[in-house]
Each structure stands twice: as C-alpha cells, then as structure tokens.
Design a protein around this ligand. Structure first.
Ligand SMILES: [Zn+2]
Length: 338
C-alpha cells in the first residue's frame, strides 16, 4: 500500500531547488503512479537504459513506499545522474528551480519517449499549417507520459500593420513563464493580471518583427500569445527574476492566485478550470536564496523544507515567495466557448 508521501529530502549541498521541485513532481499523481509502477519500462522505445528515470523513480519510491514519515530520502544518486545528463548543473552554486524543472522534464521525456528517434530539422513546417497538424507532428516525434501530462500548445498571432495580413505560429510549452506587472513596493497583483500581461498585444517594430509573408519584408506588426491546447497539468512560472545588463534583480511583489477553479478560458479556445496542488517557493535574494515547496495530498497541505515536513493550512499558502505554481485540470466539465 502507498504511504502518505510526507517524507523529506536531505539537502546535500545547496540542493533545496532540487528538493522543492521533486516534491512538487512527487505530488503530480499521474507522474508519481507511473514512476512507482515502473510503467515506463514496457513503454519506452529507446533500447538505452532509462537511467535518470530509474533514479527519479527510486527517489519517489523512497517518498511513497514507506508507512510513516520518520525517514528522510537522500537524492544523491539521482542528482549525480542528473548532472551527468546536464553537465551545466554541476558545481555548488545556487540553481534556478524552474530551469532545473525544464531540464529534468526534458531529459525524462527523452528517456521514455514512445517514438523512435527522428532527427529534428531546424526549420519547422510551413507557417500556414493548422494547429492540429502541428500537434500531430509533435506527437509523431515526442510522445511520453511527460507530454501527456505537461505539454500544451501556444499560439502566437502576428498582424502586419502594413498589409493587415494575419499569421499564426504554434509552439509546444511545458510551462507558462509569466511576467509580473510592475508595482511599487508593498504593491499587490493577481495571477490574472500576470496572465493578462502575458497575453496582451505587443507592438513589434521593424527590427524585431519576423518577415511578413505577404509584404515579403520586415514590417511593423503586433503579436499576441494565447493558449491553443491546454495541458492536464499547467505549470505557471512567476518570473520574479529580471536580468538587466549588469545584474539580476528579484521582484518580491505579492501575487495572489486561486487555490481552486483557476479559469484559463479567457486565454484559449476552451473553458478549463484548474486546481492548485503544489507550489515551489523562493525566499531571499538572488544570491542568497532558499527553495521550499507546499504540496497537497488527500489529507491536506504540507510544507516541505528539505528534510522537514510540516502541515500547513490553506491560508498560509499565499506568500510573496510563490515562484512556480502547479495546477491540475479539475473534473468540472469544460464548456466550448468559441
Ligand atoms: Zn504585411
């Protein structure tokens, strides 16, 4: 039988970013069960060992295959295999949790891809291709439990201000990285305002715009992003870090977000509701930071701070440290809007 999952992860030297992300993924049921049951073994196409997947699953087994949360799991083996796969992550400097999440999901996906290896060409198919055709093409190359759960499709619409030609491009995403609107210190914004800013029409001048298909040259145009295909799990990255020419700064603006019934309908073709189940937090500054997680299970929410796990109440979840939010599609029926 399965345990409570309320087990901490040892910090093995500035690895709080890893511990926080692993706890969030460990509470992603569709991924957890897949790992615990080792369902990837008969599924994967590649003949190579799924080394990272095995090591990741072993960590999850340590977190879930125990009866009481008196133990702590050491992620050392998993981390060293991850660093072999992504050498960029070696060294003991503070790492970015969202970057780690992207690399981890990408590497896991590569190991458990159900499709044979197909060489990717730099040039994507014609811009006029329909979103559905693009998605089919994506699944012909990339198909795994990671894709089932986390992959969505983003539409980028360009409108040429010279000839009024519209064109769409479609990209796969595994997380939405949202800008945070500027506020004076002590100010407060909502997740909706971040989403609005993300999907707001943007004017591109000639130098920064792509070629207009009809004018056959770079022209002033407007660009707008929207969600074309919603994933099961939507990972929302609140982009608190801004890189300027000389330094990186962090926004500590408080962003409020709904725990249930996040409605992404205004940003895509269908009304889907999402419920929050995990949060990755970042406390402190750019150089001196600490990552923690809050995750929900059948019995409520817990605060995961490396090896320590303590229950928290729902009203303690929203802080100005929220950095990556994990929402799952709720069972409420979706209604077609457009
Ligand atoms: Zn044009």
């Amino acid at each position: 039988s399965i345990g409570s999952g309320r087990v901490g992860l040892r910090n093995i030297g500035n690895t709080c970013f890893l511990n926080a992300v692993v706890q969030c993924l460990s509470h992603t049921r569709g991924l957890r069960d897949y790992c615990l049951l080792k369902s990837y073994r008969p599924e994967k196409f590649s003949k190579e060992d799924a080394k990272l997947m095995e090591a990741f699953s072993q960590v999850l087994s340590g977190l879930w295959d125990v009866n009481e949360g008196d133990t702590v799991v050491n992620p050392r083996q998993f981390y060293s295999i991850f660093k072999e796969a992504v050498p960029h992550f070696s060294g003991y400097s503070q790492q970015d949790a969202q970057e780690f999440l992207r690399f981890l999901l990408d590497k896991l996906h590569t190991e458990i891809n159900r499709r044979p290896y197909v060489r990717r060409t730099g040039k994507e198919p014609e811009l006029s291709e329909e979103a559905v055709a693009m998605w089919k093409k994506h699944l012909e190359r990339d198909d795994s439990r990671i894709v089932d759960l986390f992959s969505g499709q983003l539409r980028s619409s360009l409108h040429c201000s010279v000839c009024s030609h519209y064109s769409n491009t479609f990209d796969v995403f595994c997380d939405l990285s949202l800008p945070i609107p500027k506020r004076s210190s002590g100010g407060e914004v909502t997740l909706r305002e971040c989403l609005d800013l993300f999907s707001q029409e943007e004017k591109l001048d000639k130098e920064n715009s792509p070629m207009c298909e009809r004018c056959n040259r770079r022209t002033e145009c407007t660009k707008r992003l929207s969600i074309q295909r919603f994933p099961q799990v939507i990972v929302i990255h609140l982009n608190r870090f801004t890189t300027s020419r000389w330094s990186i700064s962090k926004s500590t603006v408080y962003v409020s977000f709904p725990l249930t019934n996040l409605d992404l309908g205004p940003y895509g073709p269908v009304d889907f509701l999402y419920d929050l189940y995990a949060i990755c937090n970042h406390a402190g500054t750019v150089n001196m930071g600490h990552y923690t997680a809050c995750c929900s299970d059948e019995n409520g929410w817990c605060f995961y701070n490396d090896s320590s796990v303590t229950p928290v109440s729902e009203n303690q979840l929203q802080t100005n440290q929220a950095y990556v939010l994990f929402y799952r599609r709720s069972n409420s029926t979706a209604t077609v809007r457009k």
